[in-house]
Design a protein around this ligand. Structure first.
Ligand code: NAP
Length: 292
């Protein structure tokens, strides 16, 4: 058996076309162009690349983008002031604070300060709570990308054993919260999973991952998940992005599992492109909310 490759790039391109059409319709109807403001503190090379990608994607979708730069030694209060100004600015619909932030700044304070209606990353506690309760305002971008890949690859989730390795606030936890819901805008088959979330304190991890019909790796360790840790035929979603001497690799040993897995997302070209795509979707949603 050779695993089916789930082409995140193609899925992402299809969704971006849909979003661009929706943005064009919205802009024409309301004479308002959705606008995303990115805030970048310092000059971290990876963050620079991420922000540039997001800006380019906005442009292609017909969404305006702004970049607000602060120096690497900016204080928490400087950043909070900037976020406050963007909260007040009626031309700005979505605010994205690029992470990680320099050590002198408390990330939680800053993310909590973003207006919940402009919180296109869905990190604000109000938006997290709405996701947990199954009535989301914004869906968190990377987990939403995972749901879209599965849905558009016609892989049903309902009733499946889904194991997520990683419990971060950005990926693992929100993804678990979404997959366990009774319903979703993608229909009941896209959710209703039986979810297990693992982490670094999980005992006998391989014994749990081997139960998974769908295994999601969001760990941040190159090629951590190996063939002996998966059930034959399992669907593998690799969220990891690790920079190594061999270039970008995921958290799953891609070549090693190809003969065992049923399907797998590659790195790059899997979940990554979907994250930016879902950010575009949230920016349009933010513009709609603020118009109402
Ligand atoms: P994170 O905040 O560092 O969390 C990593 C998680 O993995 C933690 O919950 C940690 O457990 C767990 N973990 C670490 N070592 C483990 C081990 N040996 N066994 C079991 N669990 C272990 O990372 P993140 O922000 O979720 O990101 C994870 C990966 O996804 C990274 O490579 C990141 O670059 C990538 N990422 C990709 C996208 C995308 O768009 N594709 C978006 C976001 C992140 P503890 O909680 O116990 O420490």
């Amino acid at each position: 058996m050779t695993a089916r490759i789930l082409d995140g790039k193609a899925i992402s391109a299809a969704i971006r076309q849909e979003i661009a059409a929706d943005v064009a319709e919205y802009t024409q109807q309301h004479r308002v162009t959705p606008c995303l403001a990115a805030v970048l503190v310092g000059e971290d090379p990876a963050s620079e690349v991420y922000v540039r990608n997001k800006q380019r994607a906005c442009e292609k979708a017909g969404i305006q983008s702004q970049l607000h730069r602060l120096p690497v030694d900016a204080s928490e209060s400087d950043l909070l002031t900037r976020v406050g100004q963007l909260n007040q600015d009626s031309q700005v619909h979505g605010i994205l604070v690029q992470l990680p932030l320099p050590k002198q700044i408390d990330e939680t304070q800053v993310l909590d300060a973003v207006h919940p209606w402009k919180d296109v990353d869905a990190f604000h506690p109000e938006n997290v709570g709405l996701v947990v309760q199954g009535r989301p305002r914004f869906l968190p971008c990377t987990p939403h990308g995972v749901l879209q890949i599965l849905h558009r690859s016609e892989i049903a989730v309902a009733g499946k054993q889904v194991v997520i390795v990683g419990r971060s606030e950005i990926v693992g936890k929100p993804l678990g919260n979404m997959l366990v819901q009774r319903g979703s805008e993608l229909g009941p088959q896209a959710v209703n999973a039986t979810v297990t979330i693992c982490h670094s304190r999980t005992a006998d991890l391989a014994q749990i991952t081997r139960q998974a019909d769908i295994l999601v790796a969001a760990i941040g360790q190159a090629k951590f998940i190996t063939a002996d840790m998966i059930k034959p035929g399992a669907v593998l979603i690799d969220v990891g992005i690790n920079r190594t001497d061999d270039g970008l690799v995921g958290d799953i040993d891609f070549e090693g599992v190809l003969d065992v897995a049923g399907a797998i997302t590659p790195v790059p070209g899997g979940v990554g492109p979907l994250t930016v795509t879902m950010l575009l979707r949230n920016t349009l949603t933010a513009a709609k909310i603020q118009l109402a």
